[in-house]
Design a protein. Structure first.
Ligand code: 5GP
Length: 211
């Protein structure tokens, strides 16, 4: 008795806290798996191959695009990013729920083919907070930060295409709200057809036994 897992798409500007929220959700929900994306960008200090990303060169990435190996891919800040398809599909079939932490272009591509995915947009409470988080992280130079901020503004206008918005004003609370969204989604009738059949059979058997 196992329904398919839920495909969960989380987007939001870099510095919104998506990574921290996703990491915490995985601790709380053992059935949740994080999809490791592939990218052509250079690893940052502390990032590990196969854990943070699969780091590949442009030729390899473009070859995989031609082979239809991605569930979605996009060019973000001049680099390719993509979700390897086969692994995610296998996990969903096994009943695992999979989180994709991807940009808005990729999310909209997923929406075209997987309309029952759950789309969550995470935002910091203000541009000032985002600016100080990006500076505090110390991973990007001024020019990159400037690009990220202007992208954050233009993308926010598209947030209405998502199902849920989580304003990350207080991290603990934002984690709790995101976890609540996922718990509610797992209880949807449309996601529990096999479970309902199983319970129905059990009820019928119990009824027969009692009469
Ligand atoms: P970063 O370089 O900061 O790790 O990521 C930059 C942006 O790329 C973020 O918005 C992140 O969500 C997005 N991203 C990461 N992996 C993927 C992916 O597989 N597909 C798409 N479309 N975007 C991704």
């Amino acid at each position: 008795m196992s329904d398919k897992g839920i495909l969960i798409v989380i987007s939001g500007p870099s510095g919104a806290g998506k990574g921290t929220i996703c990491a915490e959700l995985r601790k709380q929900m053992p059935n949740l798996v994080y999809s490791v994306s592939m990218t052509t960008r250079q690893p940052r200090v502390g990032e590990e191959e196969g854990i943070s990303y699969f780091f590949r060169d442009v030729d390899t990435f473009e070859k995989l695009i031609k082979e239809d190996a991605f569930l979605e891919y996009a060019k973000v800040y001049d680099n390719y990013y993509g979700t390897p398809k086969e692994h995610v599909m296998n996990l969903l079939e096994e009943g695992k729920s999979v989180i994709l932490e991807i940009d808005i272009q990729g999310a909209m591509k997923v929406k075209e083919s997987y309309s029952d995915a759950v789309f969550i947009y995470v935002v910091p409470p203000s541009l000032d907070v985002l600016t100080s988080r990006l500076h505090g992280r110390g991973t990007d130079d001024k020019e990159v930060i400037h690009k990220r901020l202007s992208l954050a503004c233009s993308e926010l206008a598209l947030a209405h295409r998502y199902d849920y918005i989580v304003v990350n004003d207080d991290l603990e609370d934002a984690i709790e709200r995101t976890a609540s969204i996922l718990r509610a989604e797992t209880c949807k009738i449309s996601r529990n057809k096999e479970k309902i059949q199983y319970i129905y059979k059990r009820y019928s058997n119990e009824q027969q036994e009692n009469h």
